[in-house]
Design a protein. Structure first.
Lengths: 265, 268
């Protein structure tokens, strides 16, 4: 069943939890079929050739069609996205946030030390920095209002990375899930994936939700319960229950990206 | 011939790897220890040498000096948190991570923490960075807990890694281990790894296994040493056979040789 919520619920966690008695049994049989579908599809695209470097597919590869411009991918947009992600991580472990921008920057600096994007942040003049701080604070307010406290027994994990090598390492699927909750050790499907974006939701967000579900299925060999995305720009939450059809569709989308990458090599 | 098994990371596969581990126990004798010492002594060093699986995987190439960060702190805190949950199942993993960090901070405030220690580093952090450390530790502990919960055999989180001082060779070997699984008289070691396994993952596991055997009072090797890469959904394992132990020891000595050569090259 797929449900699309027209407006943000009072509490995102409640929406993600859903009706716990209506959860399907954990599907542990689909992963191998999906892997085979991808392997066959990749062989169809690249044959026996070996690309000079592995073709790398990321969630961002599916987010927007090639050659279109997304303002959220500007340096400032990316910095905003990283900072909101830091705030989400802090919220997950129950840290109260009083000064969103400053605390997010501090956490980010503590995590990466030095990098290009952080350097870019340091180079912003006072006006740009103030504008960014206001922007981040506004997104943070939306985030905190929508998320209630996370249940401790849900074992929330943030920024969960995944890598899947296909076609003998010629294709690599990479993914980072902003928030993951629930366990794979239950009889019923219980894992919920959540992507938090600072952009308004669009068609790309749907593909990303499917991609997260696909990579998670390949990684753990267990189909997650649902995949969701939350926009801090609009407060919208989209959520889909993961089923075989959705995963197959994601395989097709991934193969289309691989074909595009192969052509452009 | 050395062993290296590759499986997908599922509870069933993990249990099968544990269930099919070699039944015959292999032990390193005093002769083996003496022989290893002689080989390390043949590689002179001016300062104390520390070797582990990571240095073997990097083929002795120098890596950046260690510094504490949320990433490097997550394993210590995550494992300790899981040990806490194992002792007190009513405590959630999130609470256990917070309690563990609180304990470390208390140790630093009471001046029981030496400079450079994890507790000392944590005490100098701001609240947001401490939050990030908690988040990383939470991720680590959850991955390990998920793996442990699916095990059919009894398991425990070891209180410390395996260390072995090579007598009169100024060399310390460190073998990392995250879960010890008991099966009859034997033990199977599980090590959690980040990222995806590289080409040298097998030698790394063998090095860890050899150090674990050297650390054992009677030199008994684990029946099997399992490396878990949850991010890649992959499990690799090596068997506790004499051939694998010898290969592990050889790789450690070879790493010491490469390190010495690169130091000499820098000095020249």
């Amino acid at each position: 069943m797929t449900s699309l919520l027209p407006s943000s619920p009072v509490n995102v966690v409640d929406a993600l939890r859903g009706d716990r008695y209506a959860r399907p049994l954990a599907n542990t049989t689909s992963a191998s079929g999906l892997r085979a579908q991808l392997e066959d599809g990749i062989y169809h695209v690249i044959g026996k050739n070996n690309p000079a470097a592995p073709l790398i597919v990321r969630a961002s590869s599916l987010r927007q069609p090639v050659r279109s411009t997304d303002l959220s991918l500007s340096a400032t947009g990316r910095i905003r996205g990283v900072l909101i992600n830091q705030l989400l991580r802090l919220h997950c472990v129950g840290i109260s946030i009083d000064h969103a921008f400053e605390e997010a920057v501090e956490a980010w600096r503590g995590e990466v030390g030095e990098n290009d994007l952080l350097e870019r942040l340091e180079q912003l003049d006072d006006d740009e920095r103030a504008r960014l701080a206001t922007d981040v604070t506004a997104h943070a307010v939306t985030l905190m209002r929508a998320f209630g406290p996370l249940p401790k027994r849900w074992t929330p994990r943030s920024t969960v990375r995944a890598t899947q090598r296909l076609a003998a390492g010629n294709v690599i699927l990479r993914d980072v899930i902003d928030l993951m909750m629930g366990t794979n050790n239950a009889d019923a499907a219980a894992v919920v994936l959540l992507d938090v974006t600072t952009s308004p939701l669009g068609e790309g967000a749907e593909r990303t939700m499917r991609y997260h579900a696909l990579v998670e299925t390949l990684r753990t060999s267990i189909v997650p319960l649902r995949s969701s995305t939350f926009s801090t720009a609009t407060g919208d939450l989209w959520t889909v229950d993961v089923d075989h059809e959705l995963l197959t569709r994601s395989c097709d989308e991934v193969l289309a990206v691989i074909e595009e990458l192969w052509k452009n090599q | 011939m050395t062993t290296l098994l590759h499986r997908r990371h599922t509870s069933d596969q993990l249990n099968e790897l544990i269930g099919t581990a070699p039944a015959e126990l292999v032990a390193l004798t005093d002769d083996h220890r003496r022989s290893l010492t002689a080989r390390f002594r043949a590689v002179p060093n001016t300062e104390h040498r520390r070797l582990d699986a990571w240095s073997v995987e990097r083929a002795g190439q120098p890596s950046s000096p260690f510094r504490w960060s949320p990433n490097t702190a997550r394993r210590s805190i995550g494992n300790a948190s899981l040990r806490r949950v194992d002792l007190k199942p009513e405590v959630s993993l999130t609470e256990a991570v917070h309690l563990e960090i609180d304990d470390l901070l208390l140790r630093a405030i009471s001046q029981y923490a030496r400079a450079g220690s994890l507790a000392h580093w944590l005490a100098g952090l701001t609240q947001p960075v401490l939050g990030l450390v908690s988040a990383e530790a939470m991720n680590w502990a959850t991955q390990l807990f998920e793996a442990a919960q699916g095990l059919a055999n009894p398991w425990r989180v070891p209180a410390c890694d395996a260390y072995y001082d090579v007598a009169t060779a100024r060399t310390t070997l460190r073998g990392r281990r995250d879960l010890i699984v008991s099966r009859d008289e034997s033990r199977i070691i599980i090590r959690l790894r980040a990222g995806a396994p590289g080409k040298s993952a097998g030698p790394g596991l063998r090095a860890d296994m050899t150090i674990d055997a050297l650390n054992h009072v009677e030199g008994v090797a684990p029946s099997r040493f399992i490396g878990l890469w949850p991010e890649a959904g992959v499990v690799l394992s090596v068997d506790g056979t004499m051939v694998d132990l010898r290969a592990g020891a050889r790789d450690l000595v070879r790493t010491a040789v490469v390190q010495r050569r690169s130091r000499l090259a820098v000095a020249a």
